[in-house]
Design a binder for this molecule. Structure first.
Ligand code: ZN
Ligand code: MN
Length: 476
C-alpha cells in the first residue's frame, strides 16, 4: 500500500463522581427521564454553575497518569451550539486554558512499544439525550445526562492503523478503570471516541484532509469504521478526487458511513471565556496530595506480581487485564496466602466459567472469601482437585456456601490413616498379581493399585497419604 493512515482520537470519559459537574444532581446512569435534573442543569435562566472540585481532582489524576503538564491555572469557556439536547445553547468546556497538556500514552504494537502523544485533557459538561424513535413526528428530550462531568482526552494524530487505535483505547480504558474515575461502560456511553482520520502518500510531510466519525462506542465498530474510511479516502484520491472535511455517521449494521454535516472548525463554535466561572488555581500542594493518593496502575501491578509473587509475565498480564480481576486476585491472595493458586484459579477455572456463561468482566462479582476458603482446603489436602473444581463452579454460578456444600455432599477427603490403611490392606490381599508385577519392576502396577485404593475410598482418599501408606506396605 502506498498510503499511510493518520488517526487522532478525541475520547470522552464520563466521570464517576457522585454529582454532576456544575450542580448537585446525581450522576447515576438511567432513571426515569428528567428526574436527575435541577434548574441548573436544565439551563433555566438565572441559574449559576458551581464547579464540583472532585472533577478537577479526577482530571489531575488522569493528567498525572498520562504524564501531562498540569496547568497552574485553568479556565472554562463557552462552546456555542444550538441543539435541543443543550438548552443553554452553549456547552461549558475548556479551550484556551485546559487543565492538562502535553502528555503521552504508551501502547503495545506488533512492532513493539509506541508512544501516542496527548495534546490536552479538558473538563466539560455532557449534553442531554434526544430520543427520536418512540414517536413518529416528535423528538423527546431527556436531560438526566445534561451536566454530567466529562474529561475529553485529545490525542495527537500519532496512530497509523486500526490496531493502534484499539491498543490506545484499551490502554486508556485500563488507566481510567485503575484510577477509579470512570466505569468505561461503552454500551452506556461512559466512554466514547471521535475518530479524526486522513490519509497521505507514504513519505509525504503534509497531512491530508481529515474526516471525523463521532461518538463511536464499541471497539468492533471502531475497527470496522477505520478500515472502511481508509479505503474510502484512498479510492477518492486514487480516482483523482479530493476528500472533503466533514463529519460522518458510521452505520455499523450496513458497514458504511454517510455525511452528517460539513466539519466545523474551532472558530465556528464562537468560543468565549465563561464569565460565570472563576479561573481554577492549582498549586503544588494540591497536585502533590493527588500524587500521593494515586492508585497503583496496571503496569505497576504487573511488575509487582512478577517480582513479589513470582508469576509469569503472561499470567501477570492476564490478571491485570481488568481491574475487577486484579482486585479479586489480590483479595483472594491476601485471604489464602497462596498467590500461585489464586492466579491459577482466576486464569483457569474462573475465566473458563466466564467464557461459558458469557460474563463480561465488568459484571463479574465473586466472593473472595469463599474462593480463598476453597484454595485453603485443596492446598491443605482436605478436598481433591475434582471436588475443588466442582465447588468453584457452584460458587461462581449460585454463590453457595462452600463449606456447607462440601459437608452436605461428603466431599471432604478421608484424613484418617487407619481408614486408608484398611483400604490398602484389603486391595493388596486381593491383587497378588499386581504386587508381584510391581516388585518385578513394573511401575504401572503401582498406579493400578493406587486407583483400586482410591476407588475403595470412594475418591475421597488423600492421594498423598494413600501413596505413602501403599508404598510402605509394598516395600514390606
Ligand atoms: Zn442539576
Ligand atoms: Mn467534547
Amino acid at each position: 500500500m502506498n498510503y499511510e493512515i493518520v488517526i487522532g482520537l478525541e475520547v470522552h470519559a464520563e466521570l464517576s463522581t457522585k454529582t454532576k459537574i456544575f450542580c448537585g444532581c446525581t450522576t447515576k446512569f438511567g432513571g426515569e427521564p428528567n428526574t436527575h435534573v435541577c434548574p441548573g442543569c436544565a439551563a433555566m435562566p438565572g441559574t449559576l454553575p458551581v464547579l464540583n472540585k472532585s472533577v478537577v481532582d479526577y482530571a489531575i489524576r488522569l493528567g498525572l497518569a498520562l504524564d501531562c503538564d498540569i496547568a497552574k491555572q485553568c479556565r472554562f469557556d463557552r462552546k456555542s451550539y444550538f441543539y435541543p439536547d443543550l438548552p443553554k445553547a452553549y456547552q461549558i468546556s475548556q479551550l484556551y486554558a485546559p487543565v492538562c497538556k502535553e502528555g503521552k500514552l504508551e501502547i503495545d504494537t506488533k512492532n513493539g512499544k509506541k508512544h501516542i502523544g496527548i495534546t490536552q485533557i479538558h473538563m466539560e459538561e455532557d449534553a442531554g439525550k434526544l430520543i427520536h424513535d418512540n414517536f413518529n413526528d416528535c423528538t423527546l428530550a431527556d436531560y438526566n445526562r445534561g451536566g454530567m462531568p466529562l474529561l475529553e482526552i485529545v490525542s495527537k494524530p500519532d496512530m497509523r492503523s486500526g490496531e493502534e487505535v484499539i491498543a490506545y483505547l484499551e490502554k486508556l480504558r485500563e488507566i481510567l478503570l485503575y484510577l477509579d474515575i470512570c466505569d468505561c461502560k461503552m454500551q452506556e456511553g461512559s466512554m466514547r471516541a471521535d475518530i479524526n482520520m486522513s490519509v497521505r502518500k507514504k513519505g509525504a510531510e503534509k497531512l491530508g484532509v481529515r474526516t471525523e466519525m463521532k461518538n463511536m462506542n464499541s471497539f468492533k465498530a471502531i475497527s470496522r469504521a477505520v478500515e472502511y474510511e481508509a479505503d474510502r479516502q484512498i479510492s477518492i484520491l486514487e480516482d483523482g478526487g479530493e476528500v472533503i472535511q466533514q463529519t460522518l455517521r458510521w452505520d455499523d449494521d450496513k458497514g458504511t458511513n454517510s455525511p452528517l454535516r460539513s466539519k466545523e472548525n474551532a472558530q465556528d463554535y464562537r468560543y468565549c471565556p465563561d464569565p460565570d466561572l472563576p479561573p481554577v488555581n492549582i498549586d503544588d500542594a494540591w497536585i502533590n496530595k493527588i500524587k500521593t493518593e494515586l492508585p497503583e496502575l496496571a503496569q505497576q501491578k504487573r511488575e509487582r506480581y512478577i517480582r513479589d509473587y513470582k508469576l509469569s509475565e503472561i499470567d501477570a498480564a492476564n490478571l491485570t487485564s481488568h481491574k475487577n480481576i486484579s482486585d479479586l486476585f489480590e483479595n483472594i491472595t491476601k485471604l489464602s496466602g497462596e498467590p500461585i493458586e489464586s492466579s491459577n484459579l482466576l486464569i483457569g477455572e474462573i475465566m473458563r466459567l466466564m467464557n461459558k456463561t458469557n460474563t463480561e468482566t465488568e459484571n463479574l462479582s465473586l466472593d473472595s472469601e469463599k474462593l480463598a476458603t476453597l484454595i485453603k482446603l485443596v492446598v491443605g489436602g482436605k478436598i481433591n482437585r475434582k471436588a475443588y473444581k466442582e465447588v468453584v463452579e457452584k460458587v461462581f454460578v449460585d454463590d453457595i456456601d462452600p463449606e456447607k456444600y462440601i459437608s452436605q455432599k461428603g466431599l471432604m477427603m478421608i484424613q484418617d490413616d487407619d481408614a486408608v490403611l484398611k483400604a490398602v490392606e484389603s486391595v493388596l490381599s486381593s491383587n497378588e498379581k499386581s504386587i508381584a508385577d510391581y516388585r518385578s519392576g513394573k511401575e504401572k502396577a503401582f498406579g493400578f493399585l493406587m486407583g483400586q485404593v482410591m476407588k475403595q475410598l470412594q475418591g475421597k482418599g488423600n492421594p498423598a497419604s494413600v501413596k505413602k501408606i501403599l508404598t510402605e506396605k509394598l516395600s514390606n
